[in-house]
Design a protein around this ligand. Structure first.
Ligand code: AMP
Length: 583
């Protein structure tokens, strides 16, 4: 396959980094430690300028976000002294992981944008090895920005992708025939998600013959786009037929961005209308965009739940999971992007940050034992990822559990197994067990006056709806003298629970990325049946606890067959971009 000089250089870079994994890691650590030698954090732990692994591992504790909260709060309040990093903190990246219900704030430095850009620049050369002629057409990508806030000290706080799309790195990237996208910048940068999606879809339809790949960051985002088309195709074809943009698009720069490409095209309008008006949307993606070679979406981890629906709409197109990244740091890429979702492994690029690994058996509670270096992990073992970044995170537990599946040169390849403590996730929301518990407790207050209480509960996500939503199963006990609450009370319980969930969940609800929470009330005795079932499959009676989240189909079927009433949240929980004060 033809490989341009630029692509060749990038592929050589990957080879060089992965052949010298351990040396690169030593260099990265030494660079980070020498650059940040005078920071309050490294001085506190008596590093005294040392840059070697042994001293680092002996002196620096392994931490979680909670351990760094006071440093992060000082930075947020405007303390500009070198607390964690010597370079000035340029902004905060708001992670979808939360702390006390609010997005975690990850301090970052300007230079990290270059490192992220570098990782992005490796994706196309790798993809080009597997899929030919991507320079002969366009990519239809649905990209969105989210709202941003300022911390009391004046630093911007926003998600990492919002930061990237707004950066000059993205806006002014040099023309690259392999990376031509259908969406105008103005539409991507439009804060109003309806207008943004509308115009991105419109352009995707106009360029339908040129589209070679379609994508969004996560599978959930691509399905949202399909759902949007289902709801709005009549308006979209009207625009295409008449060559005039829907009046609902009010953002001047967005209107201007389609001025030149939106011309009356009745044939195209008729074609799309014929495709969309049929009941059966199986294979709609390849019917409307017949040259699409693959879907570019992450379907690993929590996103695996969307694979069947994406297969249905795309008629079984390959799904490429290209990279593994976080707000803390971008980690690596998939060197075989066309592999099946269940076989995807990511290669951590050793130049991005210094990585250590807690063997899974040690990773519950405080990690104390020896951590394993990137080059030394063993195939077949699971580890929790710990990183040290140029932005000043030292031995920070990311919370991801990874399985080593093999090596590319000397660089290990990892399957993403799960995020620790994440029970429920629809999009980027992550709800853990204690958050779910608090939500249930708060909602239970509403049924207390009836003498009713919740004996047991469990949960799951339901992705048969678009957007998907949380389902909570309740088994109730009504005390003597009490009575069964009315339907309206259970309906209110749904919203009450949502009010208690974290801000990423509530933001998802506010923007319809997550559907209304559902409570299913069960016949009494259902959880006992569930226990009998688990025991019949080998669970120990003494140790049995009702699972707080279920995904095994026979169990879901059992629960669903015992439902006595179903309730949905009738409103939306409160959410505002403003953060609660850090405590
Ligand atoms: P955030 O900090 O909000 O950017 O979320 C980062 C987290 O998303 C990571 O720590 C992972 O848990 C998850 N994640 C990122 N990339 C992937 C991927 N390719 N597959 C599965 N999960 C991912």
């Amino acid at each position: 396959m033809a490989v341009s000089n630029d692509h060749k250089e990038k592929l050589e870079f990957i080879e060089e980094m992965t052949k010298n994994t351990d040396q690169v890691q030593a260099k990265v650590l030494s660079e980070i430690l020498s650059k940040n030698a005078e920071t309050e954090y490294l001085k506190r732990y008596n590093m005294e300028g040392a840059t070697d692994r042994e001293t680092f591992k002996a002196q620096i504790p392994i931490v979680t976000y909670e351990d760094l909260k006071s440093e992060i709060q000082r930075i947020a309040e405007g303390d500009k002294s070198p607390i964690l990093a010597a370079d000035p903190i340029s902004e905060f990246l708001t992670s979808s992981g939360t702390s006390a219900g609010e997005r975690k704030l990850m301090p970052t430095i300007e230079a990290e944008l270059d490192r992220r850009q570098l990782l992005y620049s490796l994706l196309t050369p790798v993809m080009n090895l597997y899929v030919p002629d991507l320079d002969k057409g366009k990519g239809l990508y649905f990209y969105f920005i989210k709202s941003e806030t300022k911390t009391p000290g004046g630093l911007v706080a926003r998600p990492v992708l919002t930061s990237y799309y707004k950066s000059n790195h993205f806006k002014h990237r040099p023309f690259d025939p392999y990376n031509v996208i259908t969406s105008p910048f103005a539409a991507i940068l439009c804060q109003d998600s309806f207008q943004s999606m509308y115009v991105q879809m419109l352009c995707g339809l106009i360029y339908r013959d040129e589209v070679l790949r379609m994508g969004a960051v996560f599978a959930s985002g691509l399905l949202r786009a399909i759902r949007f088309l289902q709801i709005h195709w009549r308006d979209l074809i009207n625009d295409i037929e008449t060559g005039t943009l829907n009046k609902a698009i009010t953002d001047a720069s967005v209107r201007e961005s389609v001025q030149d490409i939106l011309t009356p095209n009745p044939d195209l309008a008729k074609f799309i209308s014929d495709e969309c008006s049929v009941e059966n949307w199986a294979g709609i993606i390849t019917r409307i965009w017949p040259h699409t070679k693959y879907l570019d979406v992450i379907v690993t981890g929590a996103m695996a739940q969307y694979i069947p629906t994406l297969e249905y709409y795309s008629g079984g197109l390959p799904m490429a999971c290209t990279m593994y990244a976080s707000s803390e740091c971008y980690f690596g890429l998939n060197l075989k992007p066309m592999s099946k979702p269940e076989e995807v492994s990511y290669t951590i690029m050793p130049n991005m940050c210094y990585c250590e690994f807690i063997p899974l058996e040690q990773s519950y509670g405080k990690a104390t034992g020896n951590l394993v270096d990137l080059a030394d992990v063993e195939v077949g073992k699971e580890y929790e990822l710990v990183i040290t970044t140029y932005s000043g995170l030292c031995r920070y537990r990311v919370g991801d559990v990874l399985l080593v599946t093999g090596f590319h040169n000397a660089a290990p390849q990892f399957r993403f197994i799960r995020r620790k403590n994440c029970l429920l996730s629809i999009d980027s929301d992550k709800t853990d067990e204690s958050e779910l518990q608090k939500g249930v407790e708060r909602a239970a207050e509403l049924i207390k006056p009836y003498g009713a209480g919740i004996v047991e509960y469990t949960s799951r996500t339901d992705t048969t709806t678009i957007p998907g939503h949380y389902v909570i199963y309740w088994e109730l006990l009504v005390k003597e003298g009490g009575r069964w609450p009315e339907k309206e009370v259970f309906d209110k319980c749904c919203l009450e629970m949502e009010e208690e969930l974290n801000s990423v969940y509530r933001q998802g609800r506010a923007s319809d990325i997550i559907g209304p929470l559902e409570i299913k009330v069960l016949q009494s005795g259902t959880f006992e049946e569930l226990m009998d079932y688990a025991i019949s499959r080998g669970a120990s009676i003494n140790q049995y606890k009702a699972p707080r989240c279920v995904s095994f189909l026979p169990i879901i079927e059992l629960l669903d067959s015992r439902v006595v009433s179903t309730h949905f949240s009738k409103g939306k929980p409160q959410w505002s971009p403003q953060r609660k004060e850090m405590k």
